[in-house]
Design a protein around this ligand. Structure first.
Ligand SMILES: [Fe+2]
Length: 201
């Protein structure tokens, strides 16, 4: 799918607008603090936003999702354990379909209990589960280092190495990178054991 990556708000959040090839239906992932960058991108591309998806409930990712839904008619989508107000609950393996594209929900707890990644077959939108060069915090309420290790090693690393990782924050040296490259350079992925993983700063 076509990916537009936008920086929103004061915490280097990434927001994403996805559309299928030759399609006008779109999915927004984590509109974050403000709707104007996404609404502008959607308007410029002639995109009709169908879904506004939260990778997890944290405020910096979801503050404007409802406002975006009202402005576009999109449905707010979140994991079934999400505490935010939403229209459609999703769980691991569920698929959101557009005209010519689709994205699969992959449940990846660890940063929060409602954390999900979205996979369109080529690109993985990881929220605060996986950043370029590190993973998300596990010391906030609902966080779990054991779950994070399992999500990274038993779920995300099973995807093809050519998958492009698109994180929820611009914290890395590049805004996106393939999973194969991250597997070698990101210490939270290259850690061979849970004990090694816990030592990553
Ligand atoms: Fe977060």
């Amino acid at each position: 799918m076509r990916v537009r990556q936008l920086v929103v708000g004061p915490m280097q959040n990434f927001s994403y607008l996805l559309t299928g090839a030759g399609d006008t239906d779109g999915i927004v992932i984590d509109s974050g603090w403000e709707t104007s960058p996404i609404l502008r991108a959607a308007h410029e591309g002639g995109v009709k936003v169908r879904y506004a998806v939260a990778t997890h409930h944290h405020f910096d990712h979801t503050a404007s999702l409802k406002e975006l839904a009202v402005a576009t008619g999109a449905k707010v989508v979140a994991h079934e354990r999400s505490p935010i107000d939403h229209d459609t609950s999703v769980a691991d393996g569920d698929v959101l379909r557009l005209g010519t594209g689709q994205v699969r929900i992959i449940y990846t707890p660890g940063h929060t209990v409602d954390s999900v990644c979205l996979f369109d077959g080529e690109n993985l939108f990881t929220g605060d589960t996986l950043f370029i060069g590190n993973c998300g915090r596990t010391d906030l309420p609902g966080g779990s280092p054991e779950d994070m290790f399992r999500s990274l090693h038993d779920v995300i690393l099973k995807l093809p190495p050519s998958t492009v990782v698109y994180p929820g924050h611009d914290y890395g040296d590049v805004p996106s990178r393939t999973l194969g490259e991250e597997a070698l350079s990101n210490p939270t992925l290259s850690a061979a054991t849970y004990r090694e993983f816990l030592k990553v700063p």
